[in-house]
Design a protein around this ligand. Structure first.
Ligand code: GDP
Ligand code: MN
Length: 440
């Protein structure tokens, strides 16, 4: 097993961990709903995950990452053999169906496929609407497949443990299996103190219908996976497919891992694998300015200080019939500069029909926030209605500044009033504002 230079960068947001959490919770008969929230995790490329797998003794096909067609050919020559698989490296599964996985049996074909993929952007059901650039391809020795299985481990929030899921229905979307054939998924919950036990591996293995030979191999693989999972503070590890190869051995044909990004500081080696090119550009920009930002599907932008208040604001917007375009926490002790950056960030999306600013001045002073808002609106030329609700320290001065600014900012008296106003403003799609005339 060898890879050339693993290359630096990272962070991301991934929906699938929460979806798999839901499956695990449903399987355990839990009555607690798991919110379909975006979970902030650091994502990895397949080649990076496989490198980690290999270092923990989890069998993977030999492979090497390449960033140019020339490198791809060199990689194939280095690997030897006469059949290879070219795999687009993006932070998402479902590549096979999107033309991102190709078997080739000549170097000319390998070069052509690598070139095609390296010029491609991939959008699959797992990319959350983003088009991910393919900056590298994994060249791997082609493997004979006898059958495709599914295996994963994830942080199961409902049961407060790591849960393993296995299925004989591998190689396909596990989301689909969970819906149509839930009985085909076997789960075990790992005791946090005892760790994974051999009998639990057998439970998964025999539950998947494996032979004794394969159950033995699976036990080794699951034990290593658990060790890797705990050592590296992962939130999800997924092997889809785990295959039985031509020599009748289990091998991880695909590999996906997510790390809990709160643990990034403990793993500088993994943090160095971050690939920002695979992330939502708005979220990357936000993290540079110390803003806590998550893109959502709606059209009403929210700018709030404090994560709790931001959640409450989103709830009240929804209660009033609106759809938030984002979660944005500018921080408890924010300043005018950050407010300005936050505005720019919000306005980089063209879906926005109105902006709701909800600030509670505790540590932060409302007059400084007002200065930030005025500065931002003047600088970036906001063309949608801005509804502002200010409360707390120096609120009078803050409101006065807004009123005197000459900008068409709509003041709100409380959160509910603000939500009503922003939903109404969004509905009339910018007609209530005169902002574009006010700001040149
Ligand atoms: P994904 O579509 O992004 O999940 O990418 P995978 O790595 O899971 O590959 C998709 C599918 O391509 C797999 O389920 C296999 O059926 C097929 N595939 C990938 N690598 C090989 C290989 O080495 N040999 C063969 N025969 N098929 C492969
Ligand atoms: Mn896969």
């Amino acid at each position: 097993m060898w890879f050339n230079k693993p290359w630096p960068r990272f962070k991301g947001v991934w929906l699938s961990a929460s979806f798999r959490g839901k499956i695990a919770a449903a399987k355990s008969g839990s009555e607690y709903p798991i919110q379909e929230l975006k979970v902030a995790t650091m994502n990895f490329h397949e080649y990076q995950a496989k490198e980690l797998f290999a270092s923990y003794g989890i069998p993977v096909p030999a492979g090497m990452v390449a960033r140019t067609p020339d490198e791809a050919v060199l990689a194939a020559q280095g690997l030897g053999g006469d059949m290879w698989v070219v795999k687009a490296q993006v932070h998402a599964g479902g590549r096979g169906k999107a033309g991102g996985v190709k078997l080739v049996d000549t170097l000319a074909e390998l070069r052509a496929e690598s070139k095609r993929m390296l010029n491609m952007k991939i959008s699959t059901y797992q990319t959350g609407g983003l088009e991910l650039p393919v900056d590298s391809v994994l060249i791997a020795e082609a493997t004979d497949i006898k059958s495709e299985l599914y295996l994963s481990a994830l942080v199961d929030r409902v049961n407060c443990c790591v849960t393993f899921m296995g299925s004989a229905a591998g190689g396909v979307d596990i989301e689909q299996v969970a819906v149509t054939e839930p009985d085909k998924i076997v789960t075990v919950q790992v005791d946090n103190t005892a760790g994974i036990q051999a009998y639990q591996c057998r439970q998964i293995g025999f539950g998947m219908g494996l032979s004794t030979r394969h159950v033995k191999q699976l036990t080794g693989i699951m034990t290593s996976i658990y060790r890797l999972f705990m050592d590296k503070d992962l939130s999800l590890l997924e092997v889809n497919p785990l295959i039985i190869d031509g020599a009748d051995n289990l091998i991880a044909l695909d590999a996906k891992i997510n790390m809990d990004d709160n643990a990034m500081f403990r793993h500088p080696d993994l943090a160095a694998m971050r690939d920002e090119a695979q992330e939502d550009p708005t979220e990357v920009a936000a993290s540079r300015h110390g803003l806590n930002y998550v893109t959502l599907d709606g059209d009403i932008a929210c700018m709030v200080n404090g994560a709790g208040l931001a959640m409450a604001t989103m709830d009240v917007v929804k209660l009033n019939g609106g759809e938030p375009a984002n979660f944005l926490d500018v921080g408890g002790g924010t300043n005018a500069e950050r407010v300005k950056e936050a505005f720019k960030l919000i306005l980089s999306s063209d879906r926005i029909t109105a902006i709701l600013v909800n600030i509670f001045g505790g540590i932060v002073r409302c007059d400084l926030i007002s200065e930030g808002i005025i500065g931002a609106v003047k600088e970036v030329g906001v063309k949608v209605p801005v509804i502002v609700r200010l409360e707390g320290t120096r609120v009078d001065k803050g409101r006065q500044l807004l009123a005197d600014s000459g900008l068409a900012i709509i003041a709100a008296s409380d959160l509910n009033d603000a939500a009503k106003k922003v939903v109404a403003a969004a509905a009339s799609n910018g007609q209530v504002n005169g902002m574009s005339e006010v700001v040149q």
